[in-house]
Design a protein around this ligand. Structure first.
Ligand code: TRP
Ligand code: SF4
Length: 327
């Protein structure tokens, strides 16, 4: 018996941040030792919203791949590729779009939500409505049995399962119904206390400079009920402290709690400590990333080999699909 197959994609949006570091990447790194993993840059999915602004997609794929590699996602262990280099994703997407009822797509909660929220773009397109069908194609094309995704992607995975069931019923049993592997939401809050996200402008990027990280940490909001250094503070009300919980050893953190409550430490000093901790934790990653970025042709080589391997699998399974529908 071979290992179970896992497929997951990330839309290329540029450099990854601390949220990814403690969320998706940590998860992928664990999975790569136990499963046959296919991880890819979902550049066609980026097109669903960014069709009028495409120049950032290519560079984002490169940045994202460097982050994956520097983190330790290992191309010897898993298949790393780019969606658009495996055209069978589009072929399967077309076929699955024939059997997917419109009502499944129209009632998709992420669809409705994004239509309302992203009101600066015209998203009343065929492609945007069909986002989950393309995602189903990504997954079914490799007969994945498990899909690591965050909570927000569960409705899409449910549609994938429905599409697989419908295909198997209409033609013959080709696709397994993939199960979600829920990625725990990362506990990292952004600089402003909201979820860390590039689009909120509140992120610490894995590959930024130490000075940038330091500046950002120093700008963080602390306990708002502690306007003066001489007032006592409460770490439970402090956003900076949520990061101490991730980066500072427990005994040191307890000292900080005491000192904060007793007004014996100032927020500037406390955040300096925090910045040092974060920088220290990221240093091995950042050094590795610089090393990798200096190797000419590395990203291309990895993506070329991975896309080749993915295409091979995809071609095999598409053959089965065509036979099942007698084309
Ligand atoms: N839709 C996913 C996201 O926005 C990315 C994605 C595309 C994906 N295809 C996939 C995830 C297939 C898992 C499997 O995060
Ligand atoms: Fe937050 Fe530290 Fe200031 Fe206390 S001393 S409020 S924990 S930054």
């Amino acid at each position: 018996m071979g290992k179970d197959r896992i497929v997951s994609g990330m839309r290329p949006t540029g450099k990854l941040h601390l949220g990814h570091f403690h969320g998706v990447l940590a998860n992928w790194k664990e999975l790569q030792d136990k499963y046959d993993c296919f991880f890819f840059a979902a550049d066609w999915h980026s097109l669903t919203t960014e069709y009028s602004n495409t120049e950032f997609i290519q560079p984002s794929i490169q940045e994202m791949l460097l982050d994956w590699l520097a983190y330790g996602i290992d191309p010897q262990k898993c298949t790393l590729f780019v969606q658009s280099r495996v055209p069978q994703h589009a072929e399967l997407n077309l076929i699955l779009s024939m059997i997917t009822p419109l009502s499944w797509l129209e009632r998709n909660p992420t669809y409705k939500e994004q239509l309302d929220n992203l009101d600066t773009k015209d998203l009343a397109t065929h492609g945007f409505l069909g986002y989950p069908v393309l995602m189903a194609s990504d997954i079914l094309l490799y007969k994945a049995s498990r899909v690591p995704v965050g909570h927000d992607q569960l409705p899409h995975l449910e549609i994938t399962r429905e599409i697989a069931r419908r295909f198997n019923y209409l033609y013959r049993a080709v696709f397994p119904e993939p199960e979600a592997f829920l990625t725990e939401a990362s506990k990292v809050l952004g600089l402003d206390g909201r979820k860390m996200s590039k689009s909120y402008g509140n992120a610490v990027f894995l590959s930024e400079t130490e000075e940038d990280t330091r500046k950002k940490v120093m700008s963080m909001v602390t306990d708002v009920k502690r306007p003066r250094r001489s007032d006592s503070g409460d770490p439970d009300r402090c956003i900076a402290f949520t990061l101490h919980k991730l980066y500072t050893a427990e005994y040191k953190r307890e000292e900080i709690v005491q000192a904060c409550r007793a007004a014996e430490i100032g927020c500037v000093e406390c955040k300096k400590l925090l910045a040092n901790q974060i920088i220290e934790a990221l240093t091995p990653f950042r050094e590795k990333r610089k090393e990798l970025a200096a190797i000419t042709g590395l990203t291309e080589e990895v993506l070329e080999a991975g896309s080749h391997k993915a295409s091979f699998e995809a071609a095999r399974i598409m053959q089965e699909v065509r036979e099942a529908i007698r084309l």
